[in-house]
Design a protein around this ligand. Structure first.
Ligand code: ADP
Ligand code: DP6
Ligand code: CO
Length: 333
């Protein structure tokens, strides 16, 4: 069987013959957003969102997406209390994902989804968005999928969503199978109560190039990308070691270098991709200045201009001195 697999063909193998709602509506479900310390960057299969490298993230506790599905006269998608036009890309992606489960002839649904993080601004709304949608689909149609299936199917909505089904540290193992059913996330059995994440918002406007296009463009056009898989594999090891040893210096240094290496591959793409704004660079310099002055703070950044700071509870007051407006998250508290 050499025919290329599609999302629909993979999912169909795990569904009952008829997928119908179990009731009028479901209680809203929540999934946290997450930030990667070792990034997912590059796909070996763009249809199934199978990654070139494994990645490791921390979920953002109460920050994320709440989604609810109900029976309706027509398909309708509501984001943050406002109806999204049916032809809008956002609505089309949500409905296309639901179609993978109910089929295109399935009965219409209303989707109500609320992000308490900015949408499409590099704060991983696609991760919490598709993880919450996957959980809502599972509940609404009574699928009772096991956690591995939920993670694999959420990944088909957005790769980073595979990790948003869990709290705390999460590893997404790249897997080797052609159908991707071993390309799933698993929670690490480690807590780090003192760990803190600071969100430094430079701009919450929707980015001009979404993560998906940015990633594909980088793989296709940046020679520098060749070095990425090796770097990611080495960083993943170092992060596991840092978490096992509670070695914050190693965690922070590895995460910051991993993020900057990913951005280096983007800058080397054509047309070039620079998600940074002047405010992003100013924040980086402030972080390096804080470190030079003895405050242990590191950063990571995704496909957007905003920074996520990494520090421990004992450094929180000192870090706030440099970033008075940051929002602080205690991912294990
Ligand atoms: P981000 O950095 O926010 O993850 P991406 O470019 O990866 O940005 O993804 C943004 C896309 O994620 C949106 O255009 C939309 O398709 C999807 N998305 C965001 N929030 C939700 C949600 N609540 N439900 C479903 N999909 C969502
Ligand atoms: C830089 O998961 O948003 O945030 O799979 O195409 O939906 P798609 O991309 P997405 O990419 C996230 C990229 C990143 C790194 C990461 O979260 O690991
Ligand atoms: Co995303």
């Amino acid at each position: 069987m050499s025919e290329r697999m599609t999302k629909g063909s993979v999912i169909a193998q795990y569904l009952p013959e008829r997928v119908t709602p179990v009731g009028e509506t479901i209680a809203p479900v929540f999934a946290p957003s997450n930030i990667a310390l070792c990034k997912y960057w590059g796909k070996r299969d763009v249809e199934l969102n199978l990654p070139i490298n494994s990645s490791l993230s921390i979920s953002l506790a109460h920050l994320g997406t709440q989604t609810r599905l109900s029976v309706s006269d027509e398909d309708a998608v509501w984001l943050n209390g406002e109806k999204v036009a049916a032809q809008d890309k956002f609505a089309r992606k949500v409905i296309a994902f639901i179609d993978l489960f109910r089929g295109p002839q399935g009965s219409p649904v209303k989707v109500e989804t609320d992000n308490n993080i900015p949408t499409a601004a590099g704060l991983a709304s696609s991760a919490s968005g598709f993880a919450a949608l996957m959980l809502a689909i599972d509940g609404f149609y009574g699928l009772k999928l096991d956690p591995q299936c939920l993670s694999a199917f959420a990944r088909m909505g957005s790769g980073s969503a595979s990790r948003s089904l869990y709290t705390g540290f999460v590893e997404w193992q790249m897997g080797v199978r052609e159908d991707g059913m071993d390309s799933i996330a698993l929670p690490l059995d480690s807590h780090w109560d003192a760990l803190r994440i600071g969100l430094v918002k430079v701009s919450v406007a929707e980015k001009a190039v979404d993560s998906r296009s940015g990633m594909n463009r980088t793989v296709e056009t940046a020679h520098l990308y060749q070095s990425w898989p090796l770097q990611a594999a080495a960083d993943l090891e170092r992060l596991h070691q840092a978490i096992a040893d509670k070695n914050f210096t190693q965690l922070g240094e590895t995460a910051e270098q991993n993020a900057l290496s990913m951005h280096a591959t983007m800058i080397a793409a054509w047309p070039p991709l620079l998600y940074w704004q002047p405010g992003s660079v100013a924040a980086m310099h402030r972080i390096w200045q804080a470190r030079a002055e003895g405050v242990e703070v590191y950063f990571t950044m995704d496909a957007g201009p905003n920074l996520k700071l990494l520090f421990t509870a004992e450094a929180e007051a000192a870090v706030k001195h440099y970033f008075p407006d940051m929002e602080v998250i205690a991912p294990f508290g």
